[in-house]
Design a protein around this ligand. Sequence first.
Ligand SMILES: [Zn+2]
Length: 238
Amino acid sequence: MARICAVPLADGVWRIPTSVGDLVNTFALRDPDGSVTLVDAGVRWLGSRRVLAGLAELGARPADVARIVVTHAHIDHTGGLPRLVQETGAAVYSHERDAIYLREGRPPRTNRSSRAARIAARFTPKKLPKVPVTEEVADGTVLPLAGGLRVVHTPGHTPGHISLLHERSGVLITGDAVFNVRGLRWAPAWSCTDPTRNRRAADVLGDLDYQVAAFTHGPEVRHRAREAVRAFLRGRER
Ligand SMILES: [Zn+2]
């Protein structure tokens, strides 16, 4: 059986896995006029290749991609950006606090409070691809695409980390604020700028209105998604 390159989440919204299994995801949203918005770009070579294959599966051409919204400036989300920008001509959107990292090609500082974090820091890449950010967004901005995509600033994993709510379809993209890798869980502390701030900021995800919770790491939750996220945020993981 051919590998599935684009998983439909709702009308006009797909998840495109860009790594092994569901480990790292990009998302595609389609406007009625056929233009496509991507959320994140995956790792450098595999990510961009998988995104292009995913677009082909949903019948979109690279030239249909009008914009790429970046959840945060980490290499597994921005590595594929240079190639995708080159092949699609898309504009790049980022939260104003992470735009500097994309433009300067350096990742934000990570938490070094534990020995494990200091060891992990030695192995994390010191560079990101430099990408021109076309548009800086802020908390509460509703991007006028695919019926409206709301920017929810959830800082901590990085200073400018954002989650995205597609109100029309009821799909929430948590970004790395919450993972769904073998169950809902926090991003590893060593990968965060401020893990405590991340946990506090993610609380807002329990207040939003959505039917599907989609994750940049892990498969989506389609059944009682909001309840599952709320239970996790309350510390009762299930
Ligand atoms: Zn990350």
